[in-house]
Design a protein around this ligand. Structure first.
Ligand code: GLV
Ligand code: MN
Ligand code: MN
Length: 407
């Protein structure tokens, strides 16, 4: 096939949106059959765009566009192909398809730089299935935590078994790791997922830093009982106690304006209308750009929740399931992105990222930089995610200018 048969960016985004575990809505988790289909499709597109493509040992898909000099380190560009539950079409996916189109444009013009370029579609950034994020980019950066292979999804399948069923060999994950001498930079295009660029009236911005985050799984245990016979003052209701903790997450994040805290998942046992809840399990996601502030707020929150549960005579236990420190983007890359913005007639506006990104994990391997693209009303992790075609074109132009001047 030739590069002229490559679908356009909007068509690619719609094709990937169809690969979903849900019939109405987009959910594509790590190592699902839809992940396998997405990899096959992206692999084909990479080949059409002039790259050699392969899948690595964690399920990332990687295309390589050779440079004129074979032994120079590559510039890696891309983002992730997995999604949250009931996602939008653009989170992650946009960065992969824009990167493929960037190579296709070079290939059509028979243009090669001295250095090779690699395009990557990371297998897992969201952590939706195993509650452990950046699995794909950590494998590439050489920081994959092998103890996470024992984690189980909601159906009880371990990551180890899921990898095997996908056709991957878990003990080969170390082979996915790249060496710093082989990659000179990682650049990611991503939708902003917030309202700042729209408010500024500009299509794109340059990321300065990526927020740090911690996630907990919290279990509050009370005493299950009969909803009709136990007087209110004699109950140890695990759900009511957990609700006080949920409100405390909000109260503490409000008190420290540079932090955000979210409870996004809660399950109640027995989960029946005539049973006093005996156990409630919920998640906490706490973020701040400043690691010290995040640690301080984390400790304050834990001690406040312990106090609340003690008052209600319930028991609380917390398991830290994810932690990622905040990461500063490379000043060298920021500077080169500023030049690329100016050259393509865009204001080189800089902003921090409140969302996590593969670039944060890749910073352990190489210099990282990110280009944010404006999204409608700042909405993301929501089926209503929307990005305009002219804004996507701006991102592509900026990325091409960046590569053109890269040294
Ligand atoms: C990923 O999108 C995250 O920031 O949770
Ligand atoms: Mn996301
Ligand atoms: Mn993302």
């Amino acid at each position: 096939m030739t590069s002229s048969t490559l679908p356009n960016i909007s068509e690619m985004i719609c094709r990937l949106a169809q690969l979903s575990e849900l019939s109405n809505g987009i959910t594509r988790q790590f190592l699902s059959s839809e992940h396998r289909e997405a990899n096959a499709l992206v692999c084909r597109w990479m080949e059409m765009a002039g790259m050699r493509a392969h899948q690595d040992a964690i399920g990332n898909i990687i295309g390589r566009y050779e440079g004129l000099e074979t032994d120079l380190p590559a510039v890696m560009i891309g983002s992730h192909l997995d999604t949250v539950v009931n996602a939008g079409k653009f989170d992650g996916i946009l960065g992969v398809v824009v990167a493929i189109h960037c190579i296709s444009a070079l290939y059509k013009e028979k243009k090669r730089y001295r250095f090779p370029i690699e395009v990557i579609g990371f297998a897992d950034e969201e952590g939706t299935r195993f509650q452990s994020t950046y699995l794909g980019s950590k494998a590439v950066a050489g920081t994959f935590d092998f103890t996470s292979l024992g984690r189980r999804d909601v159906n009880g399948t371990s990551m180890q078994d899921a990898l095997l069923s996908f056709g991957l060999e878990p003990d080969k994950i170390k082979n996915a790791a790249r060496k710093p001498k082989d990659i000179s930079a990682y650049i990611e295009i991503h939708i902003e997922q917030g309202p700042v660029l729209e408010e500024q009236g500009i299509p794109a911005g340059i990321v300065t830093e990526i927020t740090g985050a911690v996630r907990f799984q919290v279990t509050v245990t009370g005493t299950a009982g009969h909803a009709g016979t136990v007087p209110i003052h004699l109950r140890n209701d695990a759900l009511v106690s957990a609700c006080e903790c949920v409100l405390m997450v909000e109260e503490i994040a409000r008190k420290h304006p540079k932090t955000v805290g979210t409870v996004g998942q809660i399950t109640v046992t027995a989960g029946a209308s005539n049973v006093i809840p005996g156990e409630t399990v919920f998640t906490i996601d706490l973020r701040a750009a400043d690691n010290e502030i995040r640690h301080k707020v984390e400790h304050e929150l834990i001690s406040e929740m312990q106090r609340l549960c003690q008052k209600r005579q319930t028991k609380i236990s917390l398991k830290k399931v994810h932690e990622a420190p905040s990461v500063t983007c490379s000043p060298r890359i920021i500077n080169q992105l500023q030049n690329a913005f100016t050259k393509s007639k865009h204001k080189p506006y800089c902003l921090p990222s409140g969302a996590g990104h593969d670039a944060a994990a890749m910073a352990d391997l190489t210099d990282v930089g990110m280009i944010f693209i404006r999204c409608k009303e700042g909405v993301s992790h929501n089926p209503a995610e929307s990005v305009s075609e002219p804004d996507i074109q701006s991102g592509l132009d900026i990325l091409l200018e960046f590569l053109n001047a890269y040294d």
